[in-house]
Design a protein around this ligand. Structure first.
Ligand SMILES: Cc1cc2nc3c(=O)[nH]c(=O)nc-3n(C[C@H](O)[C@H](O)[C@H](O)COP(=O)(O)OP(=O)(O)OC[C@H]3O[C@@H](n4cnc5c(N)ncnc54)[C@H](O)[C@@H]3O)c2cc1C
Length: 592
């Protein structure tokens, strides 16, 4: 039977749900674990030995590894069986991406091929296009790239100048223009190219075979990190694209590009988990081996702090990514049951959770950056040496805040998509928010004397109220000009993001308690530290926002309400972090 998600996208701000209504990573079944293990085995045996060779662009190495992954079925995990894939679910696909995520540049190439490279065709292609290309992409016979960005069109993707003109005989489009930063560009066989037909205001999408005459490219870009991934500028000079290779309808390209990016964002949230795991394992190993002042580094409190923070960031990202993934999967399955086509069901299923996808991209990429930065610090001078693994982790992490939409753009999307859902009455956002704002004097601090989980839920509910105060306030004061108040939007976005993550973590820990999980006290330590820091982050973000929205006397009731809603007593956060770090040190690797 198909499960209905408890809440639609963005609705977490309005409703409290129970642990049985979310999926947690401890619930992966045997098959999902086996698929993840196959990916991990592949990385360890086929990719790990070649990290240096990949970074040095050894000729043909990256495409040959991708093709090897194809032969083993790893490129087709989520592709339907009719196209020679394995038809696995959304959640399983995320798990596979996580498993591949520790493979540095290879994971970028893998993600580009299986995600932005393949999905436009899978979801928007017609039957002829599917049969011509899908099986070849699923098996790695053909490799794919996604060509949206141009020199003048990055974040503003619809500003592209690449142009398509129908030939006189109507048999093909003639493509002229330039794309840049194209991942897998150097070896991809099939390009999804976004271009405007004639003087259209919006983009269309085309499937372009890379060996078509008129396509040329610049040499590989010299990059700060992910040096092994191929990144090229591609030029289209009178390139003839058969009319049957128009993907979707004329003018549908921008929508295709955006919808594919939603998926890319949550996939990135899953992929960074693999990088986090590798970085944490290296951090704890080194801190146990390296001695200073007669003790291993891991004996020092300052290092334990870093190790504990690393663990909490991985655990919390993971909690949120798989919660959202399962909600998306359930929505897709419901869509299919309602009779929507495969493409529609998937696209709409993911688009429903647009706020969650955007915030997970930001939280995941920034968490990985923190983890690898502290890894460099734990390694000290060796962290700065290219002989040690911290160097590659650090350099390769940075791109995640830039591609799949920069983190600034994704922060804007988080707020914008939540507000749109409210304005369209898809969620009762403004109704609830106005009620809270109207009775702001009645808001109460949490009663910290009750049940452990009840307290946490009440704390999180109060943080949601903070956001529900900020949204209508900003909307009323700035109205249509709110979009120009980006600093405030960033504040609100940070609050929303941290609330989703802490709530996902709370629900996971509560569910683990119900499952009688061992070491539950350590999970509670993680939740305690995360809640403690989230309350402070939300307070800071809201305090900045309120002061930037209103002034004078108007500030008083708002600041009073904020102080009540974010009140939390002090506790021994140092000991909580120490216990988490000590467990990591005892285990010698991340095993939470
Ligand atoms: C290694 C690599 C691989 C890539 N792979 C691909 C690929 O395969 N296919 C593809 O099509 N593209 C790809 N890209 C492009 C990538 O998606 C863009 O770099 C990204 O979208 C940002 O665009 P930009 O570089 O032009 O930066 P800009 O848009 O110029 O942004 C510069 C800065 O300004 C900020 N900014 C811009 N607009 C706003 C705004 N309205 N409000 C607030 N801040 C704003 C940005 O957040 C950023 O901090 C890749 C890029 C890199 C570096």
């Amino acid at each position: 039977m198909v499960t209905k998600p408890a809440i639609v996208g963005g609705e977490f701000l309005l409703k409290e749900i129970t642990p049985d209504q979310i999926f947690i990573p401890e619930e992966f079944d045997e098959e999902q674990r086996l698929i993840a293990e196959s990916c991990i085995d592949f990385v360890e045996t086929e990719v790990d030995p070649y990290f240096d060779a990949l970074d040095n662009h050894q000729a043909g190495l990256m495409p040959s590894l991708l093709k090897k992954a194809g032969v083993m079925g790893l490129l087709g995990i989520s592709i339907p069986e009719e196209f020679e894939g394995f038809g696995q679910s959304f959640v399983t696909n995320m798990k596979a991406n996580e498993a591949m995520g520790s493979a540095y540049s290879f994971s970028v190439a893998f993600m580009a091929h299986t995600g932005i490279g393949t999905l436009p065709l899978l979801y928007y292609g017609n039957s002829m296009q599917h049969h011509k290309y899908m099986p070849r992409l699923a098996t790695g016979e053909m490799l794919a790239a996604y060509c949206l960005t141009e020199p003048g069109a990055g974040s503003d993707a619809n500003a592209g100048k690449t142009k398509a003109v129908l030939s006189d005989d109507g048999s093909h489009y003639i493509l002229n223009g330039q794309k840049m930063w194209i991942t897998n560009g150097g070896f991809a066989d099939l390009l999804t190219v976004f271009a405007k037909i004639d003087n259209d205001r919006v983009l269309s999408a085309f499937l372009v075979e890379a060996n078509t005459p008129g396509i040329t490219m610049n040499p590989e870009e010299h990059k700060m990190g992910i040096k092994g991934s191929s990144t090229r500028q591609i030029f289209f000079n009178d390139v003839k694209v058969p009319v049957e290779n128009l993907l979707g309808k004329r003018g549908e390209g921008f929508r295709i590009a955006l919808n594919i990016l939603h998926i890319g964002r949550i996939k990135l949230g899953a992929t960074v988990l693999g990088g986090m795991r590798r970085a944490i394992n290296n951090s704890v190993t080194y801190s146990g081996e390296r001695k200073q002042f007669g003790s291993p580094l891991s004996d020092f409190g300052a290092i334990k702090f870093k190790l504990a923070e690393q663990v909490i960031l991985l655990f919390s990202t993971e909690s949120a990514v798989y919660r959202a993934s399962k909600d998306i999967q359930d929505t897709i399955e419901n869509n299919l049951e309602e009779g929507k086509s495969y493409g529609e069901a998937n696209i709409e299923g993911v688009a429903e959770y647009e706020p969650e996808c955007a915030l997970l991209k930001v939280y995941g990429s920034e968490s990985l950056d923190y983890i690898v930065d502290e890894m460099v610090q734990i390694f000290g001078g060796m962290g700065f040496s290219s002989e040690a693994p911290a160097d590659r982790s650090y350099r390769d992490s940075r791109i995640n805040r830039i591609f799949e939409g920069t983190n600034e753009i994704n922060r804007l999307i988080t707020v914008d998509s939540v507000m749109k859902k409210g304005l369209k009455h898809r969620i009762a956002l403004f109704e609830k928010a106005r009620e809270i704002l109207a009775h702001i004097d009645l808001l109460e601090a949490v009663d910290f004397s009750g049940d452990y989980y009840r307290i946490k839920k009440d704390q999180i509910a109060n943080l949601k109220k903070v956001v529900l105060i900020l949204l209508p306030l900003a909307q009323d004061i700035f109205q249509r000009k709110l979009m120009f108040e980006e600093e405030i939007l960033m504040n609100i976005s940070d609050a929303i993001m941290n609330i989703y993550v802490v709530e996902s973590t709370e629900l996971r820990v509560e569910k683990l308690q119900m499952m009688d999980k061992k070491q539950i006290e350590l999970y509670k330590d993680m939740l305690d530290v995360l809640t403690h820091s989230t309350v402070q982050k939300v307070h800071q973000a809201a305090f900045d926002a309120i002061g930037s929205i209103v002034e004078g006397e108007q500030l008083i009731p708002l600041v009073n309400a904020l102080n009540k809603l974010t009140y939390a007593p002090a506790f021994n956060v140092k000991e909580s972090r120490r216990r988490i770090a000590n467990q990591l040190i005892d285990d010698g690797m991340y095993k939470f």
